[in-house]
Design a protein around this ligand. Structure first.
Ligand SMILES: [Zn+2]
Ligand SMILES: [Zn+2]
Ligand SMILES: [Zn+2]
Length: 485
């Protein structure tokens, strides 16, 4: 974490501040707050802090100091304290990945995800470029059907028959991509809400079973044992979870075969992309997990859906799908969450709250089912009440195997290093190099903006966003992404 080193005159900042103030003066309720802000003795420094957080929507305020000593002489090399900062505190980013919570931090997260996924495909960030020549696939694993739902394009063909609840079994319409009915069941009473919620809850286990199974299926193809195959190759992967409109989780995954020591070694010659694709197909199809033992659950098996998309990523220029497009496609999902399925972005505390939510009846039924199942003692371990707002899914948005690529932490450290090199500014939390020791004491003193601060931070975030490279990189993939679904 570095503070901004540029110190433009306070007068410049004040002019910029007044220009912004003029833009927003139409809002009387924040007038007083603006006046207060305008009278801050260190307004320029405060604006600098906001810029340093990228205009974060909910910055965390810290108070404290950091002092770096020379270990040999004991002399103080650097000292920084928030004593001289506005309000005696320093703002740092909230680092929330959700666009609904913080636009600037989610954009940074998307950018980091892009770098992380791309490094695993093309090398860089400590990964050798030879990974390009390893077998690499882009795979989408889906959930099965829990009952027919309206779908974009040609919906279910019109039917003269009705279900036992009197709902027509077909639809016959053409739905546009943004029609509200997409993902809503043809008959909510026929829809398997229990199966759907349990599937979301089991999705992380299904992914783990898939990875283990993939080793087994590769071993079978190589004619070696299940333990021996891990001495021949490694499966490296990064996957992201996406909520479909119907509220089921999908996984988009980059899967790469490495040699026994990881990205720096080539897999055996027999382990081709075609063989890997075959193994992915059979490994995914073979998974059938038993559900938890409960009278509320019928005789079901938890499986992946039959729709399985596999794209080979070729190393040559002739590849239909570029590595960049895949990285951008995966990255864009990390700023989204369950709200794309029409659910809510916060934990719920009661059935009354669930009844009052402004969501679709389908989302409410999924949330209420999770709440109900979460109250059963035998399903307590699934923590379905805590994750009801996520429709039962409690996994991470993005996971990767250790060897796939670099980490978010490393990307942030690199960025801090870069900022420090540019600005010669302080690092609050880590030692610079050997031969020094840093004494740092930090205390949380608050979070978030006042109304006027929020407006100014938003303006700064907009200015920064306009000049971001990543926007251009992601623009290519603004619509459906590089893959037809
Ligand atoms: Zn933030
Ligand atoms: Zn329809
Ligand atoms: Zn029905």
């Amino acid at each position: 974490m570095a503070t901004q080193s540029t110190t433009p005159h306070d007068a410049d900042w004040r002019r910029a501040f007044l220009a912004r103030e003029a833009r927003i003066r139409a809002l009387p309720e924040i007038d007083q707050d603006l006046v207060r802000l305008g009278q801050l003795p260190h307004l320029g420094r405060w604006l600098e802090q906001v810029r340093a957080t990228g205009g974060c929507a909910a910055p965390i305020y810290l108070s404290g100091h950091t002092t770096t000593f020379d270990t040999a002489t004991g002399g103080v090399l650097r000292h920084y304290s928030t004593e001289d900062e506005p309000g005696g505190r320093l703002a740092v980013r909230c680092r929330n990945r959700r666009a609904t919570r913080c636009g600037p931090c989610s954009r940074e997260y998307v950018g980091d995800t892009f770098q992380l996924v791309r490094a695993g495909l093309t090398g860089g960030k400590g990964i050798p470029e030879t990974v390009r020549d390893h077998p690499r696939l882009f795979v989408t694993l889906t959930a099965p059907s829990f009952g027919p739902v309206h779908r974009a394009g040609t919906c279910h063909s019109v039917s003269r028959t009705a279900c036992e609840h009197g709902s027509p079994r077909g639809c016959g319409q053409q739905h546009g991509d943004s029609d509200d009915c997409i993902g809503q069941p043809l008959c909510p009473h026929c829809y398997d809400y229990t199966g759907h919620v349990l599937w979301n809850a089991a999705a992380p286990s299904l992914w783990k079973a898939f990875r283990d199974n993939l080793y087994h299926h590769l071993a079978a193809r190589a004619g070696v044992g299940r333990t021996a195959v891990r001495g021949l190759l490694r499966i490296s992967a990064a996957k992201v979870a996406e909520y479909q409109k119907r509220g089921a989780v999908h996984f988009h995954a980059v899967i790469r075969l490495d040699g026994p020591t990881g990205p720096d070694s080539a897999p055996p010659a027999w382990a081709t992309a075609v063989l890997l694709a075959d193994a992915v197909r059979t490994a995914a199809a073979a998974i059938a997990l038993a559900p938890p033992d409960s009278a509320a659950i019928g005789d079901i098996r938890l499986r992946f859906g039959s729709q399985l998309d596999i794209h080979e990523l070729s190393s040559g220029d002739g590849g239909r799908i570029t590595d960049e497009a895949v990285a951008a496609y995966v990255a864009k999902y990390t700023s989204k969450s369950v709200e794309s399925a029409g659910a809510v972005d916060r934990r719920l505390t009661s059935l009354a709250e669930i009844r009052a939510l402004r969501v679709t009846e389908h989302a409410r039924a999924l949330i209420a089912t999770a709440w109900h199942l979460g109250g059963l003692p035998e399903l307590e371990h699934l923590r379905l009440r805590a994750w009801a707002h996520m429709l039962g899914y409690r996994g991470h948005c993005l996971t990767k195997t250790r060897a796939y690529s670099t980490t978010y932490g490393q990307l942030r450290a690199d960025r801090a290093e870069h900022a420090r090199a540019l600005a010669g500014s302080h690092d609050l939390f880590t030692d610079w190099d050997d031969g020094t020791v840093t004494d740092a004491v930090w205390r949380f003193v608050g979070q978030g903006h006042s109304p006027a601060e929020k407006l100014i931070a938003t303006g700064i975030a907009e200015d920064l966003a306009a000049s971001r490279d990543i926007a251009a990189e992601l623009a290519r993939d603004r619509h459906d992404g590089p893959f037809r679904r």
